[in-house]
Design a protein around this ligand. Structure first.
Ligand SMILES: [Zn+2]
Ligand SMILES: [Zn+2]
Length: 269
C-alpha cells in the first residue's frame, strides 16, 4: 500500500522535530510521501502558532523538496482552523479542522485536556455534553465555506468521551448529530482523514473516525486518507495498521493519496 502522512507538526508550530527529522523518519519507515501541516495563523492568540517562523517554514520545506525529493514526495501544507487568517493559495494543500467554537462571540477551545473540556462543558453548556457536541458539529459545517482539501479529525469531540463520559458516543442522539454535520460538509469537501494521533497521546484507545462515520463516508462516496497528526517522529506511523483494518471493515478498498495532480485512489493492501 502507498504510505503517506499529510498531517505532521514540527518545530514551526507545536511539534517536537525539524522538517528534516520528519523526512528522515518517513524514509526510514518506507513512506512514499509526506506533507507538512503547521497550524495556520489565527486572528487571536493561539499557543500552537508561531507566526514569526512562517518565512523559515516555507524556506525549509523548499529545501527538503530539493534534498529528499528523489526519495519522497513532499508537500508543504497547513492545518487551518475556521478562524485562520493566512492565504490558502500559498500552500500545496489545506487541512481544515475545528478546534474552536464561536460561542456568542467567544472563541472556546475544545482540543484540550479532559479537565478543561469538562469545565468548558459545565461553563458554556450547563454540563450537557450533547449540547456541546451539537454546537461543535454545527460549527464544523462551516468547513465547506473555505478552500479545504482534507477535513481534519471530524469527530474530535470524542477526544475525551471514553474517559470522562461527558456524552455517550454510542447513543442514537450523538450519532444523529455527527451524521447530519458529516452530510453537510461532504456536499463541499470530499476527503476526510482517519487521524491516529489521539492514540499515542493516551486520549483514546482507537483513532478518529468512528466506524459508523466511515461507513457513512463510504455511502456518500467520499474519499479517506490515513494520517497520524504527528507531533513527535517516534509516532510517525502509529496505528496505521489499525486504521487500514478499520477502513477495510467499513467497506473501503481504496485510500486517497495526494499527488502533484491532486488526489488519486490507491488500493488498500
Ligand atoms: Zn488538529
Ligand atoms: Zn494537527
Amino acid at each position: 500500500m502507498k504510505l503517506q502522512n499529510l498531517h505532521t507538526h514540527s518545530i514551526y508550530c507545536d511539534g517536537k522535530n525539524t522538517l528534516e527529522e520528519m523526512c528522515q523518519r518517513a524514509i526510514e519507515l518506507s513512506f512514499d510521501s509526506i506533507g507538512f501541516s503547521r497550524h495556520a495563523n489565527m486572528f487571536y492568540d493561539s499557543p500552537f502558532v508561531k507566526p514569526h517562523l512562517i518565512p523559515e517554514y516555507f524556506e525549509k520545506a523548499k529545501e527538503m523538496k530539493e534534498k529528499y525529493g528523489d526519495r519522497l514526495d513532499i508537500f508543504c501544507g497547513a492545518e487551518f482552523d475556521l478562524y485562520s487568517t493566512e492565504d490558502t493559495d500559498l500552500y500545496d494543500y489545506i487541512i481544515t479542522s475545528v478546534h474552536y467554537m464561536d460561542v456568542d462571540g467567544e472563541y472556546v477551545a475544545f482540543d484540550r485536556s479532559a479537565d478543561e473540556v469538562k469545565n468548558m462543558v459545565d461553563k458554556y453548556f450547563g454540563g450537557d455534553g450533547l449540547k456541546f457536541v451539537k454546537k461543535a458539529y454545527e460549527e464544523s459545517t462551516k468547513i465547506g465555506d473555505f478552500k479545504t482539501d482534507i477535513v481534519g479529525h471530524f469527530d474530535l469531540v470524542t477526544k475525551h468521551s471514553e474517559t470522562t463520559g461527558i456524552f455517550d458516543e454510542n447513543s442514537k442522539e450523538y450519532k444523529a448529530l455527527a451524521i447530519e454535520a458529516l452530510q453537510a460538509i461532504a456536499e463541499k469537501v470530499r476527503v476526510f482523514e482517519i487521524n491516529t494521533g489521539c492514540v499515542p497521546r493516551g486520549y483514546r484507545s482507537s483513532p478518529y473516525l468512528a466506524p459508523f462515520i466511515i461507513e457513512e463516508l463510504k455511502r456518500l462516496d467520499c474519499q479517506v486518507c490515513i494520517t497520524s497528526d504527528c507531533h513527535d517522529k517516534s509516532y510517525f506511523d502509529v496505528s496505521y495498521n489499525e486504521a487500514k483494518e478499520r477502513l477495510i471493515s467499513c467497506g473501503f478498498k481504496n485510500i486517497a493519496i495526494l499527488t502533484k495532480d491532486g488526489f488519486k485512489e490507491e488500493a488498500i493492501i
